[in-house]
Ligand binder design. Structure first.
Ligand code: S3P
Length: 171
């Protein structure tokens, strides 16, 4: 059975949708951030602080390679920066059906405001950061994905329904 992989910007709902969808389908759920944190014994902010972003990105690539060997039939939610590297985009597409959960900057901002657990969004002017990163990444998410599902104005259950419809032919 193929893996179903959820990509998208921070706050797009990858983890929430992934957990519920995996339960509904009786599939295993894997969250790459959670797996990295567990394997490293450190939180994401600690990894960024102590080892830097490049180290975290290398861990992400290594994890994708491991998952190609050990993960099948799962619903997988990946960190928002995972598809930025070309190598990762190729690995993601080899790993399974890639769904891009997209959202406008307004939706993203309403979901990530006041959350200190994301180092990429720390510092001044959250809005400017989100706009810049979203601009850089949107094209890369589209390149990585087999299917795009818009999440704006949709409830979690509505998004799950669309993911289900859109992925039937792939899985
Ligand atoms: C990141 C997104 C985070 C996490 C890390 C970096 C990014 O995951 O991997 O903080 O660069 O977009 P979420 O998308 O689950 O917040």
């Amino acid at each position: 059975m193929k893996n179903l992989i959820l990509i998208g910007f921070m706050g797009a709902g990858k983890t929430t949708i992934g957990k519920l969808f995996s339960k509904e389908k009786g599939r295993k759920f894997v969250d790459t951030d959670e797996r990295i944190v567990r394997e490293q014994g450190k939180s994401i902010p600690e990894l960024f602080d102590e080892r830097g972003e490049g180290y975290f990105r290398d861990l992400e690539t290594e994890l994708l390679k491991k998952m190609l060997m050990d993960t099948k039939g799962a619903v997988i939610s990946v960190g928002g920066g995972m598809p930025v590297r070309k190598e990762n985009r190729e690995l993601l597409r080899m790993l399974g059906c890639v769904i891009y959960l997209s959202a406008t900057k307004e939706t993203i901002l309403s979901r990530v405001r006041g959350d200190g657990s994301r180092p990429m969004l720390n510092g001044e002017d959250l809005e400017a950061r989100v706009i810049r990163l979203l601009q850089e990444r949107e094209i890369l998410y589209k390149k990585a994905a087999h299917v795009e599902v818009r999440t704006d104005g949709r409830s979690v259950y509505q998004v799950m329904q669309v993911v289900d419809q859109e992925t039937r032919k792939w899985l």
